[in-house]
Design a protein around this ligand. Structure first.
Ligand code: GLN
Ligand code: ZN
Length: 779
């Protein structure tokens, strides 16, 4: 009998029950007992679905009130000492780690590998200690048992847990706050391994005592380029842990581990899970010489995307493995189903054709069940289901909704010329100077202004049909008028229209582009109680009509100063959507790029001289393995340039990225050839600009001079000091002055005060520079 299982199931609930419950609890509208009941009910439902689909063991330990890494911080009693918590956390303390409290800022959050899920980063110090607190896990295990399920607990493995943490020297707030950048004096968090392992041993022993047969240990860090001394610990760690009791299934996902095949085959664990969606080729490498006593779990169903699987192809792909391994071949999704929405059944409004191409978490369990039957009882036993699957796959492959000949023709005619501006940067810079005659250190903002309740209400009312088109236009125009007036009063040099008409920078464009679909309930957890509903790019992308031109034209009509057009870039649109799996990501990016290019050209024709193409997700598109970086950076830069290059030399292209870890990809950022890039640097005290100096970044830069993520209002002198640091690295005539991101989450009073201080800082800086023209500027 083939064993099927899942590495994890989404925990938020088909109706986002967990989000609602947790938020109500935070507000005091739900008591703790009620929240615990709700969580138990969700787990019960998710396990029931797993059992119904024929999974012989349900997965326990994938539930979290906030985040699975935070669960492990609780499990191993290693909350940062700055919180002053004991080794056994209460639920409220658990939430305080995630959200901060009156005295302490929250744990940092960062992306889980190359997904859009954010985990809480463990803080490790040289004297961090670990104390096992298995209460929650055992409670959930007992719940599964009581419901009659056999259970497979899942843990994050010790190497991955330490790898994902951040090493900090001191453990007071000061030290933590100043160690934001990776190059600060770190100790090696691998040094903590010997202290951590006894907790794993004790936990596994406890699980064995509870009669647990299999434990899944996730080591996705093995797909990264781990340093040799980390890899050297792999074998000793698993020799130790495999002696303790339950059989261990070591799970890897998100990329290949083929380069470690020999090492992994020799590990004394009872089974290994491979991601065969991201890295199908690694299967053969592992089959050759696979030990006779080990299970191989094939991650055959895509846990990262929403497409229905091609079951015929899966069965073919599994043929050799099945023959070689028999019942020792297990089947699973490629990774945890955390990254896909819960249940397609709820999408009543999605048209039938599109829906027949999709599978969410529940449906993916069903696909596993079908594969199991086909393997165990032969394909004839599930003939009808396989036929239906075949029909849906074939229909999708040939659907005219997917394939737009006009897009194909256009792509075929893209030439290298289309990917380059007419002239090189210095010539463009001269033309743009003549056209705009901006002062030294021009001031601008990143695009959005505060999204007030009134704005959100107007948008919602329009969506519900309660506001007519004309009424909505009037409301948004009034908003644009207001922000233009405020920006002029503040004395900003390059203005924006404020983005009041957008609630999401990808959805706004996706809704207007061909080839995109939107679900009603396709929510995926982003972090904590926050969920996102990514668009589905199902077909060839094109732009039926202008998307932003009327708003920008109107905004420009209100002012003599340059008004920036504001677009989202092709890489970011790709990165924050569910994408096609029937063509490479690069091809989809190119199609989106052409659509954005049309908009750029139309904006230019409408008299918009400065156009910003935001690419905040550019860096997170980087593949997990460095060897794959150059290929990605090449097609990403080409997509950006394709979007940006249809304009005249004197039209100025900006881009924006809201992070500052650039130094390792600076040449690639330069290859985008934007005339101006605005980035985040204020939180790192401009230190991250050093790379831009060393590499001699050729175009103009606006390093953020204040952090918009905090309500704190920056002082003029602070910003003058930061600008002084910037001037010492970046030539003065290439510097812009701006906040580090959009202002939509801020309120108006703080925004006006902060921007007025920023404009004043730029003015002071100009005066000082004029006075000391000959002398170097510093501090
Ligand atoms: N233009 C967008 C804004 O200002 C940029 C958002 C982002 O960088 N994520 O809101
Ligand atoms: Zn930003």
């Amino acid at each position: 009998m083939t064993t099927i299982h899942t590495l994890g199931f989404p925990r938020i609930g088909a109706q986002r029950e967990l989000k609602r419950g947790v938020e109500a609890y935070w507000k005091g509208d739900l008591n703790q007992a009620a929240l615990l009941d709700q969580a138990a009910a969700l787990r019960r439902q998710h396990w029931q679905w797993q059992a119904e689909a024929g999974l012989e063991r349900v997965t326990v330990g994938d539930f979290a009130y906030y985040d699975q890494v935070l669960n492990h911080i609780a499990l191993f009693g290693c909350a940062p000492r700055r919180f002053g918590f004991g080794p056994q956390l209460t639920l409220d303390q658990y939430f305080e780690l995630a959200r901060g409290n009156a005295g302490q800022f929250a744990l940092e959050m960062t992306k889980w590998f190359d997904t859009n899920y954010h985990y809480l980063v463990p803080e490790f110090h040289p004297d961090t200690t670990f104390t096992l607190d298995p209460r929650w896990l055992l409670y959930e295990l007992a719940q599964a048992r009581a419901l009659g399920h056999a259970a497979k607990p899942v843990l994050i493995g010790p190497l991955t847990f330490l790898w994902l943490g951040k090493a900090r020297l001191g453990h007071n707030e000061q030290a933590a706050a100043c160690c934001g950048s990776a190059h600060h004096h770190e100790f090696d968090r691998l040094d903590l391994l010997d202290r951590l392992l006894p907790c794993y041993q004790a936990l596994l022993a406890e699980l064995a005592a509870q009669g647990v047969e299999w434990v899944q240990i996730d080591e996705p860090a093995l797909t990264l380029d781990l340093p040799a001394h980390w890899l050297a610990r792999l074998a000793p760690v698993y020799e130790m842990l495999s002696q303790t009791g339950p059989k261990l299934l070591l799970a890897t996902y998100f990329d290949s581990v083929a380069e470690h095949a020999a090492r992994l085959q020799a590990l004394p664990v009872a089974g290994l899970h491979l991601d065969l969606v991201r890295a199908p080729a690694q299967l053969d490498r592992f089959l050759a010489g696979w030990p006779a006593d080990k299970v191989l779990s094939a991650g055959i169903i895509d846990g990262r995307n929403i497409w229905r699987a091609d079951l015929g192809r899966c069965l073919e792909q599994l043929g050799n493995a099945r023959r070689a391994l028999g019942d020792r071949l297990w089947l699973a999704p490629s990774c945890s189903l955390l990254h896909v929405p819960v249940d397609l059944e709820q999408e009543a409004r999605l048209d039938g054709e599109l829906r027949s191409w999709l599978a969410f978490a529940r449906q993916k369990l069903g696909e596993l069940g079908l594969l199991k039957h086909a393997l165990d009882q032969g394909r004839v036993a599930v003939h009808q289901a396989l036929q239906a699957n075949r029909a849906a796959i074939d229909a999708r492959a040939t659907s005219s909704r997917i394939h737009d000949p006009a897009v194909a023709t256009r792509l075929a005619h893209v030439s290298a010329n289309d990917e380059h501006r007419q002239s090189v940067f210095p010539a463009r810079q001269a033309a743009q100077r003549r056209r705009f005659a901006l002062p030294l250190l021009p001031t601008t903002t990143i695009g959005s202004f505060p999204q007030t309740a009134a704005i959100r209400q107007a948008r919602a009312a329009f969506k519900r049909g309660e506001l007519s088109d004309a009424q909505y236009q009037a409301a948004m125009r009034a908003e644009i008028g207001l922000v233009v007036q405020k920006q002029e009063a503040l004395g900003l040099d390059v203005l924006v229209h404020g983005e009041a008409e957008r609630n999401d920078m990808v959805e706004y464009f996706g809704e207007q582009l061909a080839g995109f679909a939107f679900t009603e309930h396709g929510w995926v957890q982003s972090y904590g109680s926050r969920c996102v509903k990514p668009p589905i790019i199902y077909g060839d992308v094109s732009r039926p009509q202008p998307m932003t031109v009327e708003w920008s034209r109107y905004a420009q009509s209100l002012t003599e100063r340059p008004m920036k057009g504001m677009l989202t870039g092709p890489v970011t649109i790709l990165q924050w959507s569910f994408v096609r799996n029937d063509q490479p990501r690069s091809a989809t990016a190119q199609q989106i790029a052409l659509a954005i290019r049309d908009e750029v050209v139309d904006l230019e024709a409408a008299g918009i001289g400065i156009i910003q193409i935001d690419e905040p997700a550019y860096r997170e598109g980087l593949p997990l393995k460095r060897r794959d970086w150059p290929a990605y950076l090449d097609w990403a830069a080409r997509a950006f340039r394709l979007a940006a290059s249809g304009v005249r030399d004197d039209t100025q292209i900006h881009t924006h990225m809201c992070y500052a870890e650039f130094n390792d990809i600076l040449p690639a950022i330069a290859a985008m050839d934007a005339d101006v890039i605005t980035i985040e640097t204020s939180r790192s005290d401009m230190e991250l600009l050093e790379g831009f100096g060393e590499f001699a970044y050729p175009n103009e830069i606006g390093p953020g001079v204040y952090d918009i993520h905090s309500p704190r209002i920056p002082r003029v002198e602070e910003m003058v000091r930061l600008l002084g640091k910037a001037v010492s690295v970046i030539p003065l005539e290439r510097l812009w002055v701006n906040p580090d991101c959009g202002l939509k989450t801020r309120g108006w009073p703080e925004t006006e005060t902060a921007l007025s201080a920023m404009v004043e800082a730029a003015r002071l800086m100009r005066v000082r520079l004029a006075e000391h023209r000959a002398e170097p500027i510093n501090g």
